[in-house]
Design a protein around this ligand. Sequence first.
Ligand code: VGL
Ligand code: ZN
Length: 207
Amino acid sequence: MKALLLIDIQNGFCPGGNLPVPEGDQVVPVANALIDSGKYDLIVASQDWHPAGHGSFASAHPGKTPFEMGTLSGKPQMMWPDHCVQNTVDAEFHSDLHTAAVDFIQQKGQNPLVDSYSAFRDNDQAALTGLAAYLRNKGVTELDLCGLATDYCVKFSAIDAVEMLPGVKVRFIEDGSRGIDPAGVNAAIEEMRSRGVTIAHSRDVLA
Ligand code: VGL
Ligand code: ZN
């Protein structure tokens, strides 16, 4: 049972969005090729889905500006620009993404008091989204993932997949992903590799 997990391929993380990832829109054709490949039994997409005023937003912390560190519920937290607010265009999937083929959408980041980079659980690792149970129930044995952003939501999702889905082969599709910070991307790839994630290219899937 092979599944594809598309991480946060939303307007907010593409050029013109509120938290644009450089070349973020370039993951869309790669994701579509994977979706249309016929190689997957199940396709899941995660969606960053914050309430207005979420605690990860710099705007919720007087005196803070985006991309500096702050605190949220007593823990260090990157201060982000307002992004992916529920029911706004910024939170919608990129309009070219082949969403009609998506079997299940996992929303995340709804709790204003904790951020959720991983599609599987909040950053404090307390609350689960339910995605691990969903994939387990479907009998998934191989999980490929890609999307935005490599150094945040993709990395944390890949590492959680290895940890929370024992026995499942987890692959990161490098060319179907882009990161916020170039140095962060290299570190993220090394961290994923060291945790048991296979680093792959879409051509490996499409071959
Ligand atoms: C993300 C920062 C804040 C991501 C989401 O999708 O990587 N990054 N929220
Ligand atoms: Zn977010």
